[in-house]
Design a protein around this ligand. Structure first.
Ligand code: BTN
Length: 261
């Protein structure tokens, strides 16, 4: 179920035992007139979608969730919601981890970080992914779906970067308590996203938790690879790389690999 803040903020909830894709379900409801904001959630996703046309299958016990909201924003502005989503999940994990970490046998606290554009990392491995989809609906309004997939009990195989799960890390947090905390944190970060100061505050909070700032990075964008040092993200969420020749390159989308030679 939703957290209490999300409930009082008026979010709706559509929960499923099992579904193909919460993102696909959310978008199809938007085409049928649903305006949100509403969460779609399941602990078993059989035909989920990941970034770059990849699949995202969630075995029973993982958390697959999507928020649908129809808004008067440009696709570029909508895309910055992905950073608010990463922050929300990180906040939820931090909140629940304090106690759960104490139960991790002999291990120190988990370190969470946000990897551009919107992965959530735990101890350097991918724990969660976010997929944002947007489509024009009635008039000029945009149906924005923010999908968040978290590896609670299992990590998928064959991902381009090493993946992990809360269970593999010894953290006993269940999908349901995580969802309650996530939906509450979303209300908070969505409010910051929508505070009239543009992307400034979300950008700052995100950079404070950024994975690999100042490190060597290689970004694969289609056929090309951009290499350099991960400098910052700009006002629209682009990743800024300083190349060996001292040039500044802005990357809008791509697969990021850290520790490149
Ligand atoms: C990635 O490739 O890192 C993004 C993965 C996003 C997966 C989530 S799970 C909930 C939502 N529904 C989907 O079909 N995909 C997203």
């Amino acid at each position: 179920t939703l957290g209490s803040k999300a409930r009082s903020a008026g979010y709706g909830l559509a929960a499923f035992d099992q579904i193909g894709s919460t993102n696909a379900e959310a978008m199809s409801r938007a085409r049928d007139g649903e305006r949100g904001p509403v969460w779609f959630v399941t602990t078993e996703q059989t035909a989920g979608r990941g970034r770059r046309q990849r699949a995202w299958i969630a075995p029973r016990g993982n958390l697959a969730s999507s928020i649908l909201e129809v808004m008067d924003v440009s696709p570029g502005v909508a895309a910055t919601l992905g950073f608010a989503a990463g922050l929300s999940l990180e906040r939820a994990l931090q909140k629940l981890s304090i106690e759960a970490n104490l139960r991790r046998a002999g291990a120190g606290p988990l370190r969470y970080a946000l990897k551009w554009p919107n992965d959530v990392m735990a101890d350097g491995q991918k724990l969660a992914g976010i997929l944002l989809e947007a489509e024009a609906v009635a008039g000029n309004r945009l149906a924005v779906v923010v999908g968040i997939g978290t590896n609670v009990i299992a990590a998928p195989e064959g991902t381009p970067t090493p993946a992990t799960s809360l269970a593999a890390l010894g953290v006993q947090i269940g999908a349901e308590e995580l969802f309650a905390a996530l939906s509450d944190a979303w209300v908070e970060f969505h409010g910051i996203w929508d505070n009239g100061r543009g992307f400034a505050d979300i950008r700052k909070l995100w950079l404070e938790r950024a994975f690999g700032l100042g490190e060597r990075v290689a970004i694969q964008t289609g056929a090309a690879t951009v290499e350099g040092t991960f400098d910052t993200i700009d006002e629209s969420g682009c990743l800024i790389v300083r190349t060996a020749e001292g040039k500044r390159a802005a990357v809008t989308a791509g697969e990021v690999y850290f520790g490149a030679a």
